[in-house]
Design a protein around this ligand. Structure first.
Ligand code: UDX
Length: 463
């Protein structure tokens, strides 16, 4: 049986919310803290400030062990483990902004109880931040000599859209600390995950063949580096696939076939090799930029990573050039953009390739009609600077369009009958960046990333 610990989670963004709810589900007593009063009030009403599949159900199933507050004094003194999960958004130079981490460390320090408490950093922070947090706590703790606290780095690797499965059935749990007692407490906290002794929720079933996660214990700074290196490597893998995709287009090879062929090599592996409009989201851009900027501080260049970022920027223009090759002058044309979120099953718009696509099309004088199954309300708030119209459905977006661009592989778009030209399109031209349209589709022209452009004359204009 799980020994229930008292846990405080500071910051209720993606990482903090997921962590708080998951730990409560595993049997711990959890308080989630955020300085954003509005967010906390939402959570107190049982509402979620973000969309993540099944998180609402997990929240309901764990609610007896969860509470939400804005008050450090009510959250910190009782906690055995305190997680820092605040944001580290990039500054203009690429370095992460650590102001929120500093605020959290200071407020935590002022409320420590003098007994052994473990402060865990889950935010992605540059190597050395754990030490810096420890020094901040030392500085701000009231009556420091009475306080005993330990700092642990515990990076998370969950993906948005599959966050619950990734948290309950992780490949590995990384715990970095320079004190064994800190690691011991976290092992105790994660015991139900480490030996998978919890009832798997029906809505997030344990994957076939999954047994238990690897426990990786390291020094504080190695754990901090693991997070960056993991994300940088994944970003690199995708940029590599995108770079090869461009060459495939030149020599008339097909990237889908190529990545299938190389992915079976176990040293390469099939995942994160899908070519597309480039990676987006809150992590890859931020973490690659941060790593490059950390290197710069030491006069150390990172040519491979720098190139991966460059390829990603170039990749966002590929869609536009394919469109231009077919439609020539884009000014005055009407183009449907399907999918705005940076990937399916989330309403997260951060660094979404669709943003750059819409911005560029609008600059070129295109009339853009965009649709997303869940991200439109958020886009209304965050993309007010872009010129586009919203469509209530994919069908509505495509009506009268000269072309449709699929930017996010939502299931809903896979279910469209692509065997005939969508009704009312002026041209049956689809630019499919995510391989949503089936291969055997016979309608008009379907262009993909990493495959040579179809003869523009093949494009039929439906009657
Ligand atoms: C990522 C990491 O996967 C996760 O481990 C880390 O903790 C946070 O960052 P996330 O940003 O949620 O997670 O999304 P992910 O599924 O990794 O996708 C990132 C971007 O890469 C998306 O824009 C996606 O469309 C793109 N992608 C992914 C590709 O273009 N090709 C691929 O093969 C895979």
């Amino acid at each position: 049986d799980t020994k229930a610990l008292q846990v405080a989670v500071v910051g209720t963004g993606y990482v903090g919310l997921g962590t708080a709810i998951m730990l409560a589900y595993l049997g711990h007593q959890v308080v989630g803290l955020d300085v954003d009063q509005e967010k906390v009030e939402m959570l107190q009403r049982g509402e979620l400030p973000i969309y993540e599949p099944h998180l609402d159900q997990l929240l309901q199933d764990s609610s007896s062990r969860l509470r939400w507050t804005t008050d450090y004094a009510s959250a910190i003194p009782n906690a055995d483990v305190i997680f820092i999960c605040v944001g580290t958004p990039p500054l203009p130079g690429g370095q992460p902004n650590l102001a929120y981490v500093a605020d959290a460390a200071q407020s935590i320090a002022q409320n420590l109880n003098g007994k052994l408490q473990v402060v865990v950093n889950k935010s992605t922070v540059p190597v050395g931040t754990g030490d810096w947090v420890a020094r901040l706590i030392e500085e701000y703790a009231i009556d420091y000599h009475a306080n005993r606290y330990l700092v642990v780095s515990n990076p998370e690797f969950l993906r948005e859209g599959t966050a619950l499965g990734d948290s309950l059935y992780p490949d590995r749990i990384v715990l970095g600390s320079d004190s064994p007692a800190g690691i011991d407490r976290l092992v105790e906290l994660y015991q139900p995950l480490l030996d998978q002794q919890f009832e798997a929720p029906a809505y997030v079933p344990r994957p076939d063949g999954y047994t238990t996660p690897q426990l990786v214990t390291t020094s504080l700074s190695s754990a901090e580096m693991i997070k960056y290196a993991a994300n940088a490597f994944l970003a690199l893998k995708i940029s590599f696939a995108n770079e090869i995709a461009g060459l495939c287009e030149c020599v008339d090879a097909d990237i889908q076939e190529v990545t299938r062929g190389i992915g079976y090599d176990q040293r390469i592996g099939p995942q994160f090799l899908s070519a597309g409009a480039g990676w987006g989201g809150s992590c890859f851009g931020k973490d690659t930029a941060a790593l490059i900027s950390i290197g710069r501080e030491y006069g150390y260049t990172m040519p491979i990573l720098t190139a991966a970022v460059e390829v990603n920027q170039r990749q966002r223009q590929v869609v536009i050039s394919k469109l231009q090759q077919h439609l020539h002058r884009l000014k005055g044309k009407r183009v449907a953009v399907l999918g705005m979120a940076f990937k399916p099953n989330t309403d997260d718009l951060r660094d979404a390739p669709a943003h750059d696509c819409i911005a560029r099309l609008a600059d070129l004088g295109v009339q853009v009609v965009a649709h997303d199954p869940v991200a439109m309300p958020r886009a209304r708030q965050e993309w007010g600077h872009l010129r586009y119209q919203e469509a209530a459905s994919a069908a509505e977006a495509m009506r009268g369009a000269d072309a449709v661009i699929i930017m996010t592989e939502w299931d809903e778009y896979r279910q469209i009958d692509w065997s005939s030209a969508p009704r009312g399109m002026r041209n049956s031209l689809v630019i499919d960046t995510r391989h949503v349209v089936p291969d055997n589709c016979t309608m008009g022209v379907v262009e993909r990333i990493g495959r040579r452009l179809t003869d523009p004359l093949a494009m039929q204009v439906p009657a």
